[in-house]
Design a protein around this ligand. Structure first.
Ligand code: E4P
Length: 215
C-alpha cells in the first residue's frame, strides 16, 4: 500500500517528500482553505515537489462545467488527477474525462455501489471515506474491504484510496483490507513512526554506547 499525503500545506508536502515515502498528494476544498494562500500557487509548488499523482478537486454543479474545470486543471501538470465528487453529474464527467485520457479520483464514496459506478465510468481512483463512516457509527473499513474485493473480482483497474484517515490504526487496517493507497494527514503520518518500545530501545542503546565510548 502506498502513502499519499492528504494536505495542501507545502511544508508538510516537502517534509514527507524528504522522507522518501511520498507517492502522491490529495487535496480538497477544505484542505486548500486550511492551508491558505493562492490555489494556483499551491498547485504550482506541490507539482514542483511531487512526481506522483496530485488530486485536485473540481466543484462545478454540472458535468459540462466539471469537465471544463477539469481540463483547465489537468493542463497544469501531467501528474494532476481530477478529484470529482460522487453523483450523476460527477460520473458523467468521469466518463468524458476518461475518454480524453485525463485521470480521475472519485471522492465522497461511501458504498460499494458508488465505487462500482465510478469504476464503470473509468475512474482511475475511488476514495472511500473511512473516518466519516466511522463518525456515523458504521464500520468505515468494511466499506474499503468490500470495495477492494468487488473491484478486484471484476478486474477493474480502478485503484482504491482509503481516505478520511484519522489515526494509525486506520492505516494498518486499510493495508490489511487491500487498499492500494492510504491518503493520510501529516499528523497521522508522523504518528506512524512512533512505538514506545522503539523509544525505550533507542534510549537503552544510547546509554550503553556512552559506556562503550567512556572505556
Ligand atoms: C481525501 O481525499 C479526502 O478529501 C479527505 O481524506 C477527507 O478527510 P476528512 O473526512 O477528515 O475531512
Amino acid at each position: 500500500m502506498l502513502f499519499f499525503l492528504d494536505t495542501a500545506k507545502i511544508d508538510e508536502v516537502k517534509e514527507a517528500a524528504e522522507m522518501g515515502i511520498l507517492a502522491g498528494v490529495t487535496t480538497n476544498p477544505s484542505l486548500v482553505a486550511k492551508a491558505g494562500g493562492d490555489f494556483k500557487n499551491i498547485v504550482k509548488q506541490i507539482c514542483a515537489i511531487v512526481e506522483g499523482p496530485i488530486s485536485l478537486e473540481v466543484v462545478a454543479k454540472n458535468a459540462k462545467d466539471l469537465v471544463k474545470e477539469a481540463r483547465n486543471l489537468a493542463k497544469q501538470a501531467p501528474n494532476i488527477v481530477i478529484k470529482i465528487p460522487m453523483g450523476k453529474e460527477g460520473i458523467k464527467a468521469v466518463t468524458q474525462l476518461a475518454a480524453e485520457g485525463i485521470s480521475t479520483n472519485v471522492t465522497l464514496v461511501f458504498s460499494v455501489s458508488q465505487a462500482l459506478l465510478a469504476a464503470n465510468a473509468g475512474a482511475t481512483y475511488v476514495s472511500p471515506f473511512v473516518g466519516r463512516i466511522d463518525d456515523i457509527s458504521w464500520e468505515g473499513m468494511d466499506v474499503v474491504r468490500d470495495i477492494v474485493a468487488v473491484l478486484d473480482y471484476y478486474q477493474f483497474p480502478t485503484q482504491v484510496i482509503a481516505a478520511s484517515i484519522r489515526h494509525p490504526l486506520h492505516v494498518a487496517e486499510a493495508a490489511k483490507a487491500g487498499a492500494h493507497i492510504a491518503t493520510v494527514p501529516f499528523e497521522v503520518l508522523e504518528k506512524l513512526f512512533d512505538h514506545p518500545l522503539t523509544d525505550i530501545g533507542v534510549e537503552r542503546f544510547n546509554k550503553d554506547w556512552d559506556k562503550v565510548k567512556k572505556k
